[in-house]
Design a protein around this ligand. Sequence first.
Ligand code: ACO
Length: 273
Amino acid sequence: MADAQTAGRPEAVTGIGPGTDEAALLAEGGLRLDVSGAVATITLDRPERRNAMTFATWRGLAAIGRSLPAEVRVVVLRGEGPSFSAGIDLGMFSGAGGGFPDTSDPKAADRLIAELQEGYTWLRRPDFVTVAAVQGHAIGGGFQLALACDIRVAADDAKFCMKEPALGLVPDLTGTKPLVEIVGIGRALELCLTARTVPADEAARIGLAEIVVPRDGLDGAVRDLVDALLAVNPGAAVATKRLLWQAAENSLEEQCAAERREQIGRLRELFGG
Ligand code: ACO
């Protein structure tokens, strides 16, 4: 499967240095990036707007995905303030923050949305595990960002809502596939077409959050999870993530072959040959 999961990291990666175009993009998009050894933390940092997102946010996320240092093994996505993210900046409906694509040129509009989706798709790459730390609201594009991560840790005040259909839109930031994979088509339809809010306890029950903790325990729970993820052999972690993300689409025969391939690679690395 050659897709975002298996796409390689660029040869030369240095992270995002101060004064670069990428740093300006992150500032414009309300994003903060902290890289400390094997852990990169991306913070949605417009709490006064409940971390609402603009085109610059999504382009900034894509830029981070292209530039993470090779040492990074875990990426944490978190939001500053009371909410993870209130989704698209509603100011964009009146043209602020870049406005919407010109649909008189469908190809250009398609290219633009694809570019914005790149802010999300890299989170499934196998070279690191991605963790969303969700408190308060995760709405629309914010919910989809949490869905783009491998694992969701939620505070007990978390509320997930796929608001797009209520605004006349569809969820188009890569969220429909993981949503259906996690909750099934019936529940996904019910959630999207009523645009109802899913509280943390239900989110845990239907698999939208792997871990739910009291609000003041969120940072600690994420730290514990990150420590546990880093304790596993790095090569095995990459190979296992690659395998698990292929499993749903592969036949049993294809998946068995993939397991054999990956295991031979592991055995070679561990014992030579
Ligand atoms: N875009 C722009 N500004 C926003 C957004 C947003 N999506 N969400 C909140 N804000 C602003 C508010 O206007 C307010 O600004 P003000 O202080 O100048 O009045 C500030 O953030 C705080 O918002 P409150 O509503 O006061 O905060 P509260 O914590 O009570 O509620 C909530 C948070 C539930 C997120 C609420 O703000 C809300 O419903 N926002 C809109 C969510 C939405 O419809 N998003 C679009 C989803 S669809 C998509 O993403 C494609």
